[in-house]
Write a protein that binds this ligand. Sequence first.
Ligand SMILES: Nc1ncnc2c1ncn2[C@@H]1O[C@H](COP(=O)(O)OP(=O)(O)OP(=O)(O)O)[C@@H](O)[C@H]1O
Length: 542
Amino acid sequence: MQLLTFVTQETEVSKLRLLVLAAISGIANSLLLVILNEAAAELENGEVEIQLLLQYLLTFILFIFTQRTAQREAVIAVEQAMQKVRIRLADKVRQSELRTIEQLGNISHYTPLTQSANTISQAAMYLLTGFESLLVLLFSSLYLLWLSPSSFAVAMVLITLTILLLVRHYRISFRELSEASRKEGQFFERFSTMLKGFKQIKASRRESDEIFRELTQLANETSELKSRSNARLLEDILLSNMAFYLLLLIVVFLLPNLIPVHEENLFQVIATILFMMEPVYTVSSAIPNISKTNVSISSLYKLEATLDKAHNDPATDTTISPKLENFHTLGLQSASFTYTNTDGQPLFQAGPFQMQCQRGEMLFITGRNGSGKSTFLKLLTGLYHTDNADCVQVDGENLQAADYPAYRELFSIVFSDFHLFDRLYGLVDVSDDEINGWLSKLDLAHKTRFENGTFTQTDLSTGQRKRLAFIAAVVQHRPLLVLDEFAADQDPAFRQRFYEEILPELRAQGQTIIAVSHDDRYFHLADRVLHMETGQLQGYTP
Ligand SMILES: Nc1ncnc2c1ncn2[C@@H]1O[C@H](COP(=O)(O)OP(=O)(O)OP(=O)(O)O)[C@@H](O)[C@H]1O
């Protein structure tokens, strides 16, 4: 059971201590019944001894104390475990290869990280009370056996049948809830698609209706699966009650006629059976919740297994060695990369690439859409791992797998689908003045300022936001600046200044620049222009 694995693997609290506390609480609970029955019997014969009252009070205190302590510790432990799992998964996501995250794709894969938390926290309580109730049931059954073996036999038959049915229902619920959770993920994915493509659907009623139909269908299917499961929960509670009323019927109306001695302690037997109803009720209502939690934990561990399977860097050290820092050339040697579908079937092969870049060079790359320019940049910058090892070279030497994290630190990159974070993370020794200087240089000073680690205004046009992304890259002061179609959405006047002033200025300061560009009127400014032709890189003279 996933919940048990979760509690065992992720929590640091002593499981034995929790079980012992729950066991004491369960035994104390059952003892209360025995003492009450004893007292009732004594009352029939005269007076109740004060000793019994004291025993009752002490057992009651023990019951409350152990139950409260066990529940508090379990809840705290599960909260801590949940926090630990979330942090571990967030860390695994950031350590994953780019390709894995691209393949995982949309947000629906990460919903377990947020959705599961509440379910799992609640489930700790159910697990503990479920265990305690099972113990109460066990001890009350033994007490029933002592009071009336025939009632015990009937009770066992009925309870076993009830439990078998509950277990069968648990399996069905698990399947239904897994399916509901998958559909819920798809709902959120469609919902985020609707938000991302809002402009299009706002302008097209038919498009909007079709997406809305899909959303409605997913919501309906999810709700149908969940309602079915919840209805079964109510039926299960009713069923366990019915089993006990049937038991009472047999014990009170049938057994006394069959076994004459049975009437002697009939009241105690009835009280015991009524007492056993509560734990059975608790167990039957815990099952659907534990089932929901198992679904949540399964999806969390599934996400983690996907991240673990991905080829992660064997090391995380990002310290740039002096050798890397002072490189003269870097490039790719027989480097290729193959996109595959989820079944591992090849879709497109980029390369093999042979390419060397000199320090301080300004290199432009051109080529048709889909020819492989971005893929080449991802290989060169170490964001994608090449199909074969030892294909990235620095000063003619192969880059070792453990060097990748440090190698990536050599590049600052502005992607064509750039993302502007709400603050400039990880900046070291960069003054606000330097960033504000860049804002003036890129004609943005009248729109925004840099203060306290953030731009005061980022709600700007696409081209303006891209200039902010360019500033964020440049002020990292890394040896290589990589630009993927940066100027594509800039106005002609800025574009001219960018190619004729800004890039040459950066090169003069020692930056190596590798830029994908379609602006052939500025190609003469580059040291070299390379042309990408369906996955193959060729030299090109403008
Ligand atoms: N995420 C992906 N999954 C599978 N195949 C992909 C993926 N991205 C790109 N490809 C394949 O790789 C080829 C090269 O894509 P790439 O993005 O490198 O081209 P590009 O030259 O940068 O194109 P553009 O000029 O349109 O940006 C594409 O034609 C496509 O077949």
